[in-house]
Design a protein around this ligand. Structure first.
Ligand SMILES: NC(=O)C1=CN([C@@H]2O[C@H](COP(=O)(O)OP(=O)(O)OC[C@H]3O[C@@H](n4cnc5c(N)ncnc54)[C@H](OP(=O)(O)O)[C@@H]3O)[C@@H](O)[C@H]2O)C=CC1
Ligand SMILES: O=CC(=O)O
Length: 342
């Protein structure tokens, strides 16, 4: 079945796109409702996608995303390198593909949510990769966070088969993925963007179409460069407040009420004070994103000293075995530093 825009019936009315003016200006509304900014979308998600959907990569992000598609009534086929992660989704009604190639061959559109550029390339272009199953009338949507060169490389291989390509990295972590509140940063084939708009609207609260392939990756890396630096700076503040005799919990509260408030600080601050880092966004992925963002800055000779310093801290944290902890564990690198210099 070729890509089509037909009705996908199980999306409740309250989850459908609403203009931003329908909601009060309270930012909390954007955390709990589907809100579409005027720039974020002009494709109508009234045209529902009912083709078969493939999903490759069922980690922290991919599993809840695939689950939301299944719960919305989509016909989903999953594949993951570690097969056991497919089982809960198969229990929910998903089909299983034995390779990315088989999934792509049997589906109209295939999503991929892989760890990094290497795995994204391997799953798309490697042996039994998705490219081998692609062809005219099909689409490939890569939602992994990769660099511009990787997005362009995969785009090239997919397009050679006659299929369409959309890069669509997401902003938003484990909880937004579970809640269908992701922000899609898409670029590539506009026709594919329009075809999968209703799927993106099941998974996310907004979607930006940014033009040429590479712009999605670039936007995502800039956002995560800022986020990585913010977390490193917040970590310094928490430790400094404690060392000068303040209660870091009170700092979290003060920050939450002022102009520098951010959900990230309010959500992660209390557990950071307790030295607990339950993984939502793995530290190794934040360091990967900083590394890729620094490469992006290098490519245009943009000075990014703060991000470069933050990247060093994440590398130190990795060397302490914190790769799979949440990225807020970067604070441990600063604790170790102050111990070393004490
Ligand atoms: N977690 C988050 O908060 C967010 C993450 N992201 C980005 O989304 C992507 C996925 O993140 P997340 O789900 O957290 O990561 P995970 O580490 O939880 O999952 C990574 C996925 O990639 C697969 N994988 C890794 N290496 C290979 C390989 N060589 N071949 C095939 N498959 C491979 C893993 O398979 P296996 O299960 O076999 O290991 C798994 O399915 C990353 O690019 C990340 O930067 C974006 C926004 C938020
Ligand atoms: O990439 C991570 C995120 O929280 O967004």
């Amino acid at each position: 079945m070729a890509l089509c825009s037909t009705f996908c019936p199980r999306i409740p009315t309250y989850l459908r796109a609403k203009p931003i003016s329908s909601f009060p200006s309270n930012p909390l509304f954007s955390l709990s409702f589907k809100v579409y900014s005027s720039q974020a979308t002009d494709a109508s998600s009234q045209d529902k996608f009912t083709g078969r959907v493939g999903f490759l990569g069922l980690g922290i992000m991919g599993s809840p995303m695939a689950q939301n598609l299944i719960k919305a009534g989509c016909d989903v086929t999953v594949w993951n390198r570690t097969k056991s992660k497919c089982d809960p989704l198969i229990s929910l009604g998903a089909r299983h593909g034995s390779s990315p190639e088989e999934v792509a061959a049997n589906c109209d559109v295939t999503f991929a949510m892989l760890a990094d550029p290497e795995s994204a390339i391997d799953v798309a272009c490697g042996k039994n990769g998705a490219v081998s199953g692609m062809g005219p009338g099909k689409g490939y949507v890569d939602v992994s966070t990769v660099d511009v060169a990787t997005a362009k490389l995969i785009n090239g291989h997919i397009k050679e088969t006659g299929a369409l390509f959309l890069e669509a990295p997401v902003s938003g972590s484990k909880k937004p993925a579970e809640d269908g509140q992701l922000i899609f940063l898409t670029a590539g084939d506009r026709a594919l963007y329009d075809s999968v708009a209703s799927l993106l609207d099941i998974l996310g609260k907004s979607r930006f179409y940014l033009g040429e392939v590479g712009n999605g990756a670039a936007m995502k890396l800039v956002v995560n460069m800022i986020m990585g630096s913010m977390m490193a700076s917040f970590s310094e503040g928490l430790l400094l407040s404690k060392k000068v005799g303040l209660d870091p919990n009170v700092l979290v509260e003060v920050v939450s009420q002022g102009a520098i408030s951010a959900p990230m600080y309010s959500v992660k601050g209390p557990s950071m004070v307790k030295s607990q880092y339950p993984t939502a966004f793995p530290l190794k992925h934040q360091q990967k994103d900083l590394r890729l963002a620094l490469g992006l800055a290098e490519s245009v000779s943009q000075s990014t000293p703060i991000a470069a310093a933050a990247n060093e801290l994440y590398k130190v944290a990795k060397s302490y075995g914190l790769s799979d902890d949440d990225f807020s564990a970067v604070i441990e690198a600063l604790k170790a530093k102050s111990h070393n210099t004490a």
